[in-house]
Design a protein around this ligand. Structure first.
Ligand code: PMP
Length: 342
């Protein structure tokens, strides 16, 4: 008798083992640590928090701040330990046996990983030429079984937003729950939040890991209509967001100037790097509305290994490579080395 549940045994564990490097441009972390002013506010918060008590299970103060930030009411928000946790809740609640998770390919890998963990059938629909959604195919697949559709907007790893009218067609023409993952919203500034009032099957997912530069915080949130939130609350673990993360996320929302400063700098660097990559023969970079650039080259294995042998870590993904935008000197070093390799 096997102890482990069927379907789990052949899942590859998420390999988060750090790869030694000097310049880390692999997983869309912000290159900027928090400034002293914000760190001292966090220290003050540490004095206030009563660590012996459980956190606010409803994260009332944080949800209120998020309601102001997103322009919806607090009852439409759910917070989680990173948006990964919220993807798990979405699949626990709307996926499972006999149901499907549908997503374009390539996209963020956690949709398929968490689908397997929750016994949800994965259905990946390849992106069309130019990395655009295959709208008709997604709709056809979604109409076969109860489904959750995940659309990263902008998409990871390809970096750009899909056409808005195509996404709207999917929301309108399927009975599926459509999750628009706006993890990179602070860079793209494009959102479907305003469409929530029209579509009951729409869910927006966001995170503090990217534009706010707080990957270490593990704080994500979701915006949806009240009914969807009430269903998700049935599977949510009690106290799923710790007291410190609730406080720090609130501080960052009150200090939005910092987020605007770092996203502005990263966008400047991204656009500079994109233009420089365009000049290199043998590299095809794709436009990006995020803090990374996806590019193709003839021998991605060789480029990846040679960059790493020089201490520069990027990510090999799909049939190309993805570089996270770092500080200007890091981006310059990456570019110089890439020029040498090619
Ligand atoms: N969604 C997308 C599209 C992502 O690229 C990532 C992280 N790479 C996440 C969600 C996960 O975010 P979090 O750190 O909040 O779990």
């Amino acid at each position: 008798m096997k102890l482990i549940r069927p379907g789990i045994l052949d899942i590859t564990s998420y390999n988060a083992k750090p790869i030694p490097c000097r310049v880390k441009l692999d997983i869309m972390e912000s290159p900027y640590d928090l400034p002293q002013g914000i760190k001292s506010k966090i220290k003050d918060a540490c004095e206030r928090i009563r660590f012996n008590l459980y956190p606010d299970p409803e994260a009332i103060a944080l949800k209120k701040a998020l309601a102001d930030y997103t322009g919806v009411s607090s009852e439409m928000i759910l917070v989680g330990n990173g948006s990964d946790e919220l993807i798990l809740y979405l699949l626990l609640c709307f996926g499972g046996d006999g149901r499907r998770a549908i997503f374009p390919e390539p996209t963020f890998s956690m949709y398929s990983t968490l689908a397997r963990i929750t016994s949800t059938e994965s259905c990946s629909v390849p992106l069309r030429k130019g990395f655009e959604l295959d709208t008709s195919e997604i709709i056809t697949e979604a109409n076969k079984k109860p489904s959750v559709i995940f659309i990263a907007y902008p998409n990871n790893p390809t970096g750009d937003c899909f056409q808005r009218k195509k996404v709207l067609r999917i929301i309108r023409e399927t009975g599926a729950l459509v999750v628009i993952d706006e993890a990179y919203y602070e860079f793209s500034r494009k959102s479907f939040v305003k469409d929530l009032s029209c579509y009951k099957n729409l869910v927006i997912l966001r995170t503090f890991s990217k534009g706010f530069g707080l990957a270490g915080l593990r704080c994500g949130y979701l915006v949806a209509n009240h009914e969807v939130i009430s269903w998700l609350n049935k599977v949510r673990l009690p106290y799923n967001l710790n007291s410190l993360s609730q406080e720090i996320a609130g501080i960052l929302l009150a200090e939005k100037r910092w987020m605007k400063k770092i996203t502005g700098e990263i966008i400047k660097q991204r656009d500079w790097l994109y233009n420089e990559l365009l000049k290199i023969k043998g590299i095809k970079p794709y436009p990006s509305k995020t803090n990374f650039i996806y590019f193709e080259t003839d021998n991605p294995d060789n480029v990846y290994v040679r960059l790493l042998s020089d201490g520069i870590l990027i990510k090999q993904i799909a049939s190309g490579l993805r570089v996270t935008i770092g500080k200007s000197e890091e981006n310059q070093e990456f570019l110089d080395r890439l020029n040498e390799i090619l």
